[in-house]
Write a protein of this length. Structure first.
Length: 131
């Protein structure tokens, strides 16, 4: 079974180690002690917590009206626009999402660095790799 140290788990969740420790102290997520005395979280517990955390943040999204279920909330870090198309980068935790959209959409949405935005991803081809 996979186990993750607090720092690793925090990075995967896109929060600080201190935040994750507070959540553990409050009983929101179960931690154990490794033989070396470090707090660790079981991989299955972390996966369940990440799913619950994502659902908390997605309460404002009416999923009955949107077919995409992969929602990454983050900060716009870069917008490169020409007359027709634009390249938008969003940093969501440690995930960097890059999207090519119309320049018109960028202007209508007011996308610029520092804006909070969501990237909804729907794909029939997803590549999975292990670290």
């Amino acid at each position: 079974m996979s186990e993750f140290r607090i720092g690793q788990a925090a990075e995967l969740l896109g929060v600080s180690s201190d935040t994750l420790r507070r959540w553990a102290d409050a009983g929101r997520i179960v931690t154990e002690r490794s033989p070396g005395g470090h707090r660790v979280i079981a991989g299955a517990d972390l996966a369940a917590f990440a799913t619950a955390l994502a659902n908390e943040g997605g309460a404002d999204l009416d999923t009955r009206r949107v077919s995409a279920r992969n929602r990454f909330v983050g900060l716009v870090t870069s917008v490169t626009c020409d007359t027709v198309m634009a390249r938008v980068e969003i940093q969501s935790g440690h995930h960097r999402i890059v999207s090519l959209i119309s320049a018109e959409a960028v202007h209508e949405l007011g996308l610029e660095p520092g804006v909070l935005a969501s990237a909804l991803v729907k794909s029939t081809n997803v590549v999975i790799e292990l670290p």
